[in-house]
Design a protein around this ligand. Structure first.
Ligand SMILES: Nc1nc2c(c(=O)[nH]1)N[C@H]1C(S)=C(S)[C@@H](COP(=O)(O)O)O[C@H]1N2
Ligand SMILES: [Mo]
Length: 199
């Protein structure tokens, strides 16, 4: 009767390896928003990247959808301790938006429709680590989860994945965003449990 055991332990081990410290896995998809869900019609939607010298690169919805699209399957980790494994998204790699952007800046502030902001090092958005996503599980991303489009930066706590993303400002100095300025950790690596300032 040992035949069941190895498989079971194998699956338990797989979950343990995917779960950062202090997190628990969930099958549900909780909604966490600091304010009301903004209405963002795709007809007037724009996504912008603005450099530290003030040069703005802008994409309409149709221009964004005409860029190369990627599907990505990722584990996501919320600082409120839930983790969700194997979430499946579709969207555009941030590498694509930055292809023609000339910058010497090291940091970004990401802004959302509705006013939310979050900051991170530019390098954390590049090299296949971040996407602007518009589709979740083959369906258009729902407004509560950030539709029509949100950022997805799965290697950092999920508060860095700005919902209703509007634009990215490149900055020479690191400028704390909404949660970062009220005590959340500036970087937010779930594997180092960087929840609060000082962790
Ligand atoms: N614009 C915006 N983006 C946001 C937030 C928010 O309040 N506003 N909350 C953040 C937090 S704290 C988390 S955990 C995730 C939650 O995403 P979800 O509601 O799709 O689970 O979105 C992040 N992005
Ligand atoms: Mo969160």
């Amino acid at each position: 009767m040992n035949s069941f055991s190895p498989g079971f332990q194998g699956r338990a081990r797989q979950v343990a390896d995917k779960l950062p410290p202090g997190q628990y896995p969930t099958e549900s998809f909780p909604v966490l928003s600091a304010g009301p869900t903004p209405k963002v019609p795709v007809e007037s939607w724009q996504f912008t990247v603005t450099t530290e010298t003030g040069r703005t690169h802008a994409w309409t919805w149709d221009q964004m959808m005409a860029l190369p699209q990627q599907e990505t399957v990722q584990d996501i980790h919320c600082v409120t301790r839930w983790s969700k494994f194997d979430t499946r998204w579709r969207g555009v790699s941030l590498d694509t938006f930055f292809e023609d952007v000339e910058t010497a800046a090291d940091y970004v502030v990401v802004s959302s429709y509705g006013g939310y902001t979050t900051n991170l090092p530019l390098e954390d958005l590049l090299d296949g680590q971040a996407w602007l996503v518009h589709t979740f599980d083959d369906y258009p991303l729902s407004p509560e989860h950030g539709g029509p489009a949100r950022l997805l930066v799965p290697h950092l706590y999920f508060w860095k994945s700005a919902k209703w993303v509007q634009g990215i400002q490149l900055t020479d100095e690191d400028e704390p965003g909404f949660w970062e300025s009220v005590g959340y950790h500036n970087y937010g690596d779930p594997w180092r449990e960087q929840r609060n300032w000082g962790d």
